[in-house]
Design a protein around this ligand. Structure first.
Ligand code: FES
Length: 322
């Protein structure tokens, strides 16, 4: 079972020191503390929340160097069909602005391995960049297959090719078509650990290709919910908040998170769609009905933790460590 980091929840006011274009439709923000102090440490795969306005909090992977403690960097793709977060970053945020930031949090940690295969699609390259640096520094054998719409749209392409030409395969879709996953993942291989980040169809296709591989060899990062993850019957159930002994009813049309917040108990949350891990809550008794896109299959099966923004209950009562 992957061990995620506990819930560090720093909220910082950082200044946009630099905003620069990285690729077509992608800008990189360099964020620095207002007092010049070191920022909290982080590990490759971590993301932060940018609080961009009321009901406008978005998660972005840190893509800089964890050893550089004075700044954080994120790269943001303009999502034409998005809900406004990326448009705000692209169109409104400027150098010198202050932005509130929460985290970092890591649901996508690099496990120790001798060999890695990194598969990135589009802006999914962002968590992979510091992972590659860590794997390379550790002397691991690794390969990156990086797909994108066009060369010009692929952030970090030049840097990756210059530093690691023999390990990096750049696959622009307009030149080479979709990634040939059947060939790439043809041989079941018990040694290679696979990390994949990108659009939903890529994640699903990689998962399908890896179905015959050793359990746990594939790690994926999602910033949108899995298709169908939040669906299923909705029935009311009871929750007991163990720290106060309070019992609450979660009606069929409310989430656990909403009910707990309404009771006056403060709970951390961010995405509210089961992708970021912020609302993860320990389950002391009862069986959750997992509807998140964060926990691995093994973690869900353990039933000792749940994302209360989306997950519900299989049992009539859950006792939560709240
Ligand atoms: S708030 Fe993001 S997983 Fe629940």
């Amino acid at each position: 079972m992957t061990t995620r980091e506990p819930h560090p929840e720093h909220e910082l006011a950082l200044v946009v020191e630099k905003k620069e274009s990285l690729a077509d439709g992608v800008v990189q923000l360099t964020l620095r503390g207002t007092d010049g102090a070191e920022l909290p440490d982080w590990t490759p795969g971590a993301h932060i929340d940018l609080v961009l306005g009321d009901d406008l909090t978005r998660q972005y992977s840190l893509c800089g160097d964890p050893a550089e403690r004075s700044v954080w960097q994120v790269a943001v793709l303009r999502e034409e069909a998005g809900r406004g977060g990326s448009a705000h970053v692209h169109d409104t945020l400027t150098e010198g602005d202050t932005v509130h930031v929460r985290g970092p949090r890591n649901n996508f940690r690099l496990v120790d391995a001798n060999r890695y295969l990194f598969i990135a699609g589009g802006i999914g390259i962002t968590p992979i960049v510091p992972m590659i640096a860590q794997a390379d520094a550790a002397g691991a054998d690794w390969q990156l297959v990086y797909g994108g719409r066009t060369r010009a749209s692929m952030a970090f392409r030049d840097r990756l090719e210059q530093r690691h030409r023999d390990r990096v395969s750049i696959r622009p879709q307009d030149e080479t078509g979709l990634l040939d996953l059947a060939t790439l993942l043809t041989e079941p291989d018990g040694e290679t650990v696979i990390y994949c980040c990108g659009p939903e169809p890529l994640l699903d296709a990689v998962a399908a290709q890896c179905a015959q591989r050793q359990h746990g060899c594939l790690h994926v990062e999602r910033f949108t919910p899995k298709v169908g993850a939040g669906e299923g019957p909705r029935q009311s159930f009871e929750i007991e908040l163990a720290r106060t002994g309070t019992t609450l009813t979660v009606p069929d049309d409310r989430s656990v998170l909403e009910v707990v917040e309404e009771s006056g108990v403060p709970v951390l949350s961010s995405c509210q769609e089961g992708t970021c891990g912020t609302c993860e809550t320990t389950v002391l008794t009862g069986v959750p009905d997992h509807r998140d896109s964060v926990l691995t299959t093994d973690e869900q099966a353990a039933n000792d933790t749940m994302m209360i923004c989306v997950s519900r209950a299989c049992s009539t009562r859950l006792v939560l460590d709240l």
